[in-house]
Design a binder for this molecule. Sequence first.
Ligand SMILES: [Fe+2]
Length: 201
Amino acid sequence: MTAPPPGMTDRLLDAMAHAAARRYGTERVSELAHALQCAELARDAGADEELTLACLLHDVGRFAVDQTLVFDRVGGGRTGGRGHHSARGHHSARGHHEVGADLIAPYVPERVAWLVRMHADAKRYLCSTEPGYHASLSPASQHTLTLQGGLMSPEEVVRHAAHPWLGDALRLRRWDDLAKVVGKETAPLAAWESLLRACFR
Ligand SMILES: [Fe+2]
């Protein structure tokens, strides 16, 4: 962790406020509503601060980063690309999970950035290991699964299962999937400002 540049937290808060006017992919909620619902589900389930912050920021690569750098948008990209494995250093466009994690990684605890980076792989993991999970996903989420690499090989599943934070990544993923309820009331963005400022030290 290094000290954030002055205004980094303000930049994120500003991007999130503007995300109120951005639709979450093809879902029927805004990017901001999705982030707030996800963070609130985590907090209500007793998640610790790092996991909760990761929930709030998991899609930061969608709304705080130039989207021409991101390939796994609905309607935007290289169908069938295996971005998270092959993209780094080889292509200019990468998955929103990677771009977002890289944006915050210098300033937050390692686990927060790791969880943001993992939220696409967590979906791949669950699709590969849990019967019925894929069918439970929204059409948009099923579509981006393909862009994000599709199902995991058995070797990938074993490797991911051994990671001590995988359980947290799967919890985040399930809250992510649930955080798409149209019109759901949540606490406002301001309710998360102190947590953001505390974690972006
Ligand atoms: Fe999400």
